[in-house]
Design a protein around this ligand. Structure first.
Ligand code: CAA
Length: 258
């Protein structure tokens, strides 16, 4: 893996970990960090020894948003010609399951980065919000769209128009986060979830992720058809044969990781 300046990468077992590392700026997401997160995630995605990815920050801040200092000098033409934030789109193209381990502030782009991940494991001290309205802008990395799909229009409109923060209990009730865990163990807990996923069949987890994501894009009938065809296709894999044989023979399955 390349050497990075704004993130730290580490592999534990079959889990690739990306730690945002701009502590003085509460992990504000500048262009360099965006490029490095995307590059690290793409490298893990093409590495067959990695079966799940964890993205995390610090206990104080997952990320306090896009870097306001970097953005403050830019003009409309700068934003348009750079297609600012578009590189984040590559993160959601990653096929390996991605888990956000969120503690502390997940504001603006931080909340949006968490929502780009497949599962959000949140510490008890996690706080979510889309405060862009206070800066005279609106969410720009999917906040108005993914938050609305995640928690519904009523709450998303409240969050986006008032910029208020949501504590973790409300975030879990609203369906924004997958699990709430103690702050002391949130990263270990997220890595444990990632480890469980990483030990399953990688090709099948890729298909399962695609099937769930499809539900966000198409009608129910189209989604059901997509799911059924993908389900049928799992029967072309050795892992379906092995998984079902292992059940019948009352033993653990030995899945492939390719
Ligand atoms: N961009 C750049 N720097 C940031 C930052 C951000 N988003 N958030 C925090 N920082 C910096 C602060 O400027 C400060 O740096 P200095 O010490 O050099 O002054 C350092 O991080 C620590 O921050 P605070 O002193 O403010 O810490 P605090 O504990 O008092 O407050 C906070 C924490 C409530 C998160 C506060 O920092 C804050 O409100 N940050 C901005 C949150 C925000 O508006 N995020 C949305 C950004 S816009 C966006 O994300 C657009 C989009 O859709 C992608």
């Amino acid at each position: 893996m390349t050497t990075f300046e704004t993130i730290i990468t580490e592999q534990r077992g079959r889990v690739g970990i990306i730690t945002l590392n701009r502590p003085k700026a509460l992990n504000a997401l500048n262009s360099q960090l965006m490029a490095e997160v995307v590059s690290a995630a793409q490298a893990y995605d093409t590495d067959p020894s990695v079966g799940a990815i964890v993205i995390t920050g610090s206990e104080r801040a997952f990320a306090a948003g896009a870097d306001i200092k970097e953005m403050s000098e830019k003009t409309y033409v700068d934003m348009l010609s750079e297609d600012f934030f578009s590189a984040w789109g590559h993160l959601v193209e990653v096929r390996t399951p991605v888990i956000a381990a969120v503690a502390g502030f997940a504001l603006g782009g931080g909340c949006e980065l968490a929502m780009m991940c497949d599962i959000i494991i949140a510490a008890e001290n996690a706080v979510f919000g889309q405060p862009e309205i206070n800066l005279g802008v609106i969410p720009g990395i999917g906040g108005s769209q993914r938050l609305t799909r995640a928690i519904g229009k009523a709450k998303a409109m409240d969050m986006v128009l008032t910029g208020r923060r949501m504590k973790v209990e409300e975030a879990e009730r609203a369906g924004l986060v997958s699990r709430v865990v103690p702050t002391e163990s949130y990263l270990d807990d997220a890595i444990a979830v990632a480890t469980t996923i990483s030990e399953l069949s990688l090709p099948i987890t890729i298909l399962a992720k695609q099937a769930v994501n499809r539900s966000q894009e198409v009608s129910l009938a189209e989604g059901i058809l997509f799911e059924r065809r993908v389900f049928h296709s799992t029967f072309a894999t050795d892992d379906q044969t092995e998984g079902m044989a292992a059940f019948v023979e009352k033993r653990d399955a030995n899945f492939s990781h390719r």
